[in-house]
Design a protein around this ligand. Structure first.
Ligand SMILES: Nc1ncnc2c1ncn2[C@@H]1O[C@H](COP(=O)(O)OP(=O)(O)OP(=O)(O)O)[C@@H](O)[C@H]1O
Length: 274
């Protein structure tokens, strides 16, 4: 996939639509695992929504699988969306649904209408849901109701959905944000390893900088809607991180988002690439 000089505004940004991503260019090869880091408000979610074809660029060019999604007809665009999976930070899970059904919703793009309908009445692939939940240490919740899960458990159900999906592109928005410290590393490792095993392209936005550096081979530092650096993890220095999080130091240190840190924005330094 590639973005060339793209401007984009967030979903539901109203009529003003001031761009959040400004002149952003990058390309990602099939099968890469990339972490997108940067301070709160940098545009990470907007970038993932853009890549998921959930929002249309205001300017510039987005190409996915060799074609421009927004030039496709509605049927082809729907089929393309079925080949990617966007996992929002808070997964949209119907509260009264059983976990098994919620997980199997990830299979829907690959299923016929009849199979999808049958699965709503009785889950048709309980084994797949069990295996996906087991990858996140949650198999004991297979038949639990979604509204009886903790926030971290719901987040893992959302990731299990990606796991069962036929998608070749996983776009994960802060997949570790609700997890306890013991689990963040296990989940990050599981996602990167499984994506590599399947040849799935993985982009994840992360506030856990140390997890990004430990598990993802490539790191994109996003600040004020622009790429500050795009480097192999081993080349991301403390000085670059300090630039990326200037005025947001507490966020870098703890994954927190201090109110004061959001107030001042220094001018952008030059972009650094390999
Ligand atoms: N629906 C919206 N309407 C208007 N502005 C929005 C909307 N969603 C996001 N924004 C603004 O767009 C900017 C980028 O938001 P985005 O969610 O992409 O950042 P982010 O890097 O993912 O932040 P965080 O790490 O806090 O999730 C922010 O300044 C935010 O206030």
């Amino acid at each position: 996939m590639s973005l060339c000089a793209v401007d984009a505004a967030p979903l539901a940004a109203g009529t003003a639509r001031a761009p959040v991503l400004r002149g952003l260019s990058l390309s990602v090869e099939a099968g890469e695992a990339v972490a997108v880091i940067g301070p709160s408000g940098a545009g990470k979610t907007t970038l993932l929504q853009l890549l998921a074809c959930a929002l249309r660029p205001l300017a510039g060019q987005y190409e996915l699988d060799g074609s421009s999604p927004w030039r496709l007809g509605s049927g082809d665009l729907r089929a393309l969306r079925g080949r990617l999976f966007l996992a929002p930070q808070v997964p949209p899970l119907p509260p009264r649904q059983r976990v098994v059904t919620a997980v199997l919703a990830g299979c829907l793009p690959g299923w016929s209408f009849t199979r999808s309908l049958r699965s709503l009445l009785y889950p048709v692939d309980i084994g797949a849901a069990h295996a996906a939940l087991a990858a996140f240490d949650l198999e004991d919740k297979l038949f639990e109701r979604v509204d009886r899960l903790s926030g971290g458990e719901r987040q893992r159900v959302g990731l299990a959905r990606a796991w069962v999906s036929p998608a070749k592109l996983w776009l994960l928005d802060e997949p570790l944000s609700a997890l306890d410290p013991m689990r963040t590393s296990l989940v990050a490792q599981a996602l990167v390893q499984e994506a590599r095993r399947r040849g799935v392209t993985l982009l994840a936005s992360l506030h856990h900088v140390e997890m990004a550096l430990a598990h993802f081979p490539r790191i994109i530092g996003l600040r004020q809607g622009q790429v500050l650096f795009d480097l192999p993890a081993a080349e991301v220095t403390p000085a670059l991180l300090a630039q990326l999080y200037a005025q947001h130091e507490l966020e870098l240190a703890s994954g927190q988002m201090p109110e004061q840190a959001l107030l001042a924005q220094p001018p952008l330094p030059q972009m650094v690439c390999r």
